[in-house]
Design a protein around this ligand. Structure first.
Ligand code: KDG
Ligand code: MG
Length: 412
């Protein structure tokens, strides 16, 4: 089972996606997601120039050995570009192994540990009425757990609000739903942490009052707070029983979470920008987090994500894999298979892809009564329509960024 071709497919149906497509000498096709939001072409170059030539002629059955070879032989380890490239190879090889075995990947990972994966959707609103509408709309779409993001009085443009408040509906083309925006330059947004801290607890109080105590609620802090600010927010939100507070402080400074942890029992989730098991080592060992937010696509694939989840299991830390639309249907399927198999699954983020994306990627997964399932097709269960993909060439797109009132660039 040798790899005979390795193509990197770039397509932009609703947004940019980078997909590695491996073909073996016995005709099996494996897909891997290498999408790095706003920096897609750097991974394309890494794959085409440095990885594809190493893959041709190698044994597609040797997933772990190929991973270790790509990781260790480069000398330059880690980083989002490298790890997204390696992730795509890892996923494609798991896809091929599943197809060779005639089994869905979750069976190869130990079989299902549950019937389905609880998913959360993104509700948001500029004000409370808009937010309540958005929560109700998500409930109608089947979500049973909701991330709540809200406008802040005095701030005009905040990431994740309003234009992204309603998931893609059948047949709708909603590029504004995407975190990145097409254009030559990134959009500028504004931010003020003190206003946000004053406003947010009241929003959660109102949401709990309107929707009751049962609905699991989540919130994403987007790395914007200092440790003390995050500690105060976690404490202020305790009465509203959050499922988690995500990315409360910048992810590079992991010591910060120790301060936050000392002051609040609000559960903490972090790691959507982490690339390796090493990034989680101290956080897990010291039990500074409750949920691992890594995405298979940016973490080197299924193989290392399974390792970090096995380590996390010893500390009762669970998964909450990153699942925005910039994870392609292939990367999303990869983490659904893993989530179904591991014992310490927590929750799965699920933003829905647009209709054009669903035409390019035919998916076997289902979403029923708030729960996802990867389906039982052999491999990852996703097929790429290369002709359809070719209709949507790459377009420059950037994530937005923040400035404070005095013009200082801030975390977002
Ligand atoms: O590419 C960045 C986005 O995926 C990210 O901003 C989304 O924070 C995010 C989330 O929790 O989904
Ligand atoms: Mg996030």
């Amino acid at each position: 089972m040798k790899i005979v071709t390795a193509d990197v497919v770039v397509t932009s149906p609703n947004r940019n996606f980078v997909t590695l497509r491996l073909v073996t000498d016995d005709g099996l096709v494996g897909l891997g997601d290498a999408t790095l939001n706003g920096r897609e072409l750097s991974v394309v170059a890494y794959l085409r120039e440095h990885v594809v030539p190493l893959l041709i002629g190698t044994d597609a059955a040797r997933i772990e050995d190929t991973w270790q070879f790509l990781y260790r032989s480069a000398y330059w380890r880690r980083g989002p570009v490298t790890m997204a490239a390696i992730a795509s190879v890892d996923m494609a090889l798991w896809d091929i192994k599943g197809k060779a075995a005639g089994m869905p990947v979750y069976q190869l990972l130990g079989g299902a540990s549950r019937k389905g994966l609880m998913a959360y959707g993104h509700a948001s609103g500029a004000d409370l009425p808009e937010l309540f509408d958005s929560i109700r709309h998500h409930q109608e779409l089947g979500y049973r757990s909701i991330r709540v993001q809200t406008g802040v009085p005095g701030l005009t443009k905040i990431y994740g609000i309003a234009s992204q408040s309603r998931p893609a509906e059948a047949g709708a083309e909603r590029y504004d739903h995407e975190p990145a925006q097409r254009g030559a330059l990134p959009a500028e947004e504004d931010w003020d942490t003190r206003s946000y801290l004053r406003h947010l607890p009241g929003v959660f109080e109102a949401v709990r009052h309107e929707f009751g105590p049962d609905l699991p609620l989540l919130h994403d802090g987007h790395h914007r707070m200092t440790p003390v600010q995050a500690a105060r927010l976690g404490k202020a939100l305790e009465p509203y029983d959050l499922f988690w507070l995500e990315d409360c402080t910048p992810a590079e400074n992991q010591e910060a979470l120790r301060v936050v942890r000392q002051h609040t029992t609000t559960p903490l989730a972090i790691g959507e920008v982490f690339n390796t098991v090493w990034d989680f080592q101290g956080l897990i060992r010291e039990q500074l987090i409750d949920y691992v937010r890594a995405a298979s696509t940016h973490f080197g694939g299924i193989s290392p994500l399974r390792k970090v989840m096995d380590y996390a299991a010893q500390y009762q830390i669970r998964s909450g894999f990153h699942g925005p639309t910039d994870i392609s249907p292939v990367g999303f399927a990869a983490q659904l298979h893993l989530g179904l198999a591991i014992h310490n699954f927590g929750i799965q983020e699920y933003m829905q892809h647009g209709e054009r994306t669903n035409r390019v990627f035919d998916q076997g997964m289902t979403f029923v009564d708030g729960h996802l399932h990867p389906g039982d097709r052999p491999g990852l269960g996703v097929e790429l329509d290369v002709d359809e993909a070719g209709k949507f060439p790459y377009e420059t797109a950037y994530l937005p960024y923040n400035r404070l009132a005095d013009g200082t660039v801030h975390d977002w």
